[in-house]
Design a protein around this ligand. Structure first.
Ligand code: ADP
Ligand code: MG
Length: 614
């Protein structure tokens, strides 16, 4: 029998490699953007036609290539980024496999123009399906411009497999977002069919996130900054309210490389605990810096999967770092994280009075974080971390990397899951008030203890915010309009914000010096408290909240919720308790009051049984 094994010609080998690395126009964008980053570019311009099906051009101002390198760069396994196997353990660049350009050139028409800064003239190379058609000298700016036309022109099956333009464009934008978020210090622009879709000047991470996601995310980001023995964690996580029903803005980068890891996504979810329900996805932009020697990026051709030396440890540290950030936020949710997160905070006995001291640099909390009383954010890290870690030993960690995203087992009360499930958990027993402060309510699985003031604040906050945002008025006419008198300072403030205050359901107008006439009040106010007192409290709370720059609607909703809420110490009738429980669990965020106090805690029957040594 004759020998039948042959080496494949380069062109075919490259086409096969391309099958793995280049799946669609978006993969071209990713590879070319990463090459530009690796070349040290400070500005990268991307020009796309027809979702990349007609052409993709990436122009950078990076270091460019010599004439020989320009030709070499299209050879398979041609890279300037590693030289020996050892280099695989200290990779700092995005690329290193030397197959992107070879793959792209095998399945498209390529024009590359490149010039090194110290050369007067640039080089141009034209390639069609691996074959160099032309190489010559041209005038060019320093840097590199690569244009890819007619992708998959010689692989009809692939070309047919491409989806509609909007779908392909969506894939492109996904890749674009990952690269731009990881490189906020680089200026990016993206044009599609002549329209500029993105113009992202060099900035910091927060501005870059806003550039990508829009301004509405601005005050919803909580900073993360922890330095641990296994990794440095930084970036931002979204407040609970940024969670969405669909998967979208979940980014984890390891050494600036976007990676997919169900396992680490699970760690993030676990950090939110009962702050979000099971069916929503939190928003996050997390950056892990890990010694390249402790990871293996070379497990997948597109390099979006990584092997960690000790994944469990990273899981733990990540979870605790985020819990720490979320904990700081929920202790003092009204602090402005935009300016400086190295704040100090103290809590007074009253949940609504959060006094902040933004001057001090060191975190000096004297308020224990739940279950982590020993954890002081300001302590030097090694000791602090040991202490936190002790508490972690018992945490259940899923063993596999698969399908863990939706299986978060919160030790917290299952009521956080969904409302229909919630209902079936309630029993019909009447609630009971303890010390005129807590409501005890029996559940099928145990009991819950509700803090009446925190719960009512939550209910009122959502109610008033809704009224302000949707312009729905819930006003109750006064049978006999009466006047209220304020001190001069308060009167000045009220005059200024009168129309917004009236949007809460008041009907007030100026009536002489410091006097206002009240024709109507928001319905449902506690009739035992005088309107004068409520308005006075509202204004003083509004003034206190000003320092947190919440925006007038949020501020007024919080202030009004605080002023009008049922206070601890007030006796409640059974119906009032039942109504409050119903209202609380009709809220979008029943877990915490707007000022960050827990609205309820729960006790499971088996926990009770354990305590009684049953
Ligand atoms: P890799 O990035 O894995 O090294 P590529 O095929 O993407 O492989 O690129 C091959 C080589 O071409 C790179 O190692 C680099 O030296 C060079 N190169 C590619 N793109 C650029 C660019 N935009 N600017 C400068 N050099 C580049
Ligand atoms: Mg590359």
């Amino acid at each position: 029998m004759p020998d039948i094994i042959q080496l494949l010609p380069d062109g075919i080998a490259n086409q096969i490699a391309a099958g793995e690395v280049i799946q669609r126009p978006a993969s071209v964008i990713k590879e070319l953007m990463e090459n530009a980053i690796d070349a040290g570019a400070s500005a990268i311009k991307i020009i796309i036609k027809d979702a990349g099906k007609t052409s993709v051009q990436v122009v950078d101002d990076g270091k460019g290539m010599s004439q020989t390198d320009a030709r070499m760069s299209f050879e398979r396994h041609a890279t300037s980024k590693i030289r020996s196997a050892n280099d695989l353990f200290c990779i700092k660049t995005m690329g290193f496999r030397g197959e992107a350009l070879a793959s792209i050139a095998a399945i498209s028409h390529v024009e590359m123009i490149t010039r090194q800064i110290n050369e007067d003239i640039g080089n141009r190379i034209l390639i069609e399906g691996t074959v160099i058609m032309k190489q010559d000298m041209v005038q060019a700016m320093p840097g590199t411009s690569i244009t890819i036309k007619n992708l998959f022109y010689n692989v009809p099956a692939r070309r047919k497999f491409l989806k509609s333009d909007p779908v392909e464009l969506k894939h492109i934008l996904d890749e674009f977002h990952r690269v731009v978020l990881a490189n906020p210090d680089v200026h990016f622009t993206l044009h599609h069919n002549g329209n500029e879709l993105y113009h992202l000047p060099k900035s910091n991470l927060k501005q870059r996130i806003i550039g990508v996601l829009g301004k509405q995310i601005n005050d919803k980001l909580i900073p993360v900054n922890e330095d641990t023995e296994v990794a440095t964690f930084s970036g931002f996580i979204g407040k609970a309210e940024t969670s969405r029903k669909t998967q979208g803005d979940q980014y984890i980068f390891v050494n600036k490389r976007f990676i997919r890891s169900n396992y680490l996504n699970h760690a993030v979810r676990a950090a939110y605990e009962d702050l979000i329900t099971k069916d929503v996805f939190p928003t996050y932009f997390l950056f892990l810096e890990i010694d390249p020697a402790n990871i293996d990026i070379n497990v997948h051709p597109t390099k979006t999967e990584i092997k960690f030396e000790d994944e469990r440890l990273i899981y733990n540290y990540l979870r605790v770092s985020l819990k720490h950030s979320l904990g700081q936020y929920s202790l003092s949710p009204m602090l402005d994280f935009n300016t400086d997160h190295n704040f100090a905070y103290k809590f007074s006995g009253d949940p609504n009075i959060v006094s902040s001291d933004l001057v001090s640099k060191k975190v000096t909390s004297s308020y224990p974080l739940e279950n982590e009383a020993t954890f002081r954010p300001g302590q030097e890290s090694s000791k602090g971390w040991e202490q936190i870690y002790q508490g972690l030993q018992e945490i259940k960690i899923p063993d596999t990397d698969h399908d863990v995203v939706n299986t978060v087992e919160s030790e917290a009360f299952q009521l956080t899951i969904d409302e229909s499930e919630t209902r079936s958990l309630f029993s019909t027993r009447e609630p009971y008030q303890l010390h005129n402060t807590y409501i005890i309510h029996q559940l099928k699985t145990g009991m819950m203890i509700i803090d009446q003031q925190a719960a009512h604040e939550r209910v009122l906050y959502e109610f008033y915010l809704g009224a302000l945002q949707n312009g729905e008025l819930f006003s109750q006419k006064e049978l006999f309009p009466h006047t209220i008198e304020l001190d001069q300072a308060q009167a000045i403030v009220l005059k200024k914000i009168l129309s917004s205050v009236n949007a809460l359901g008041f009907e007030m107008e100026e009536f002489g010096q410091n006097t206002f006439i009240v024709h109507g009040t928001p319905s449902g106010l506690d009739s035992s408290v005088s309107i004068e007192v409520i308005v006075q409290k509202l204004i003083s709370q509004y003034l206190q909240n000003l320092e947190f720059e919440l925006g007038i609607e949020d501020n007024l909703a919080r202030s009004m919720a605080y002023s009008a809420s049922i206070k601890r110490g007030k006796r409640l009738e059974k119906e009032e308790m039942t109504r409050l429980i119903d209202q609380l669990f009709g809220c979008g965020m029943p877990y915490k009051s707007p000022s960050g106090k827990k609205c309820y805690v729960s006790l499971e029957l088996d926990e009770l049984a354990k305590r009684f040594n049953h």
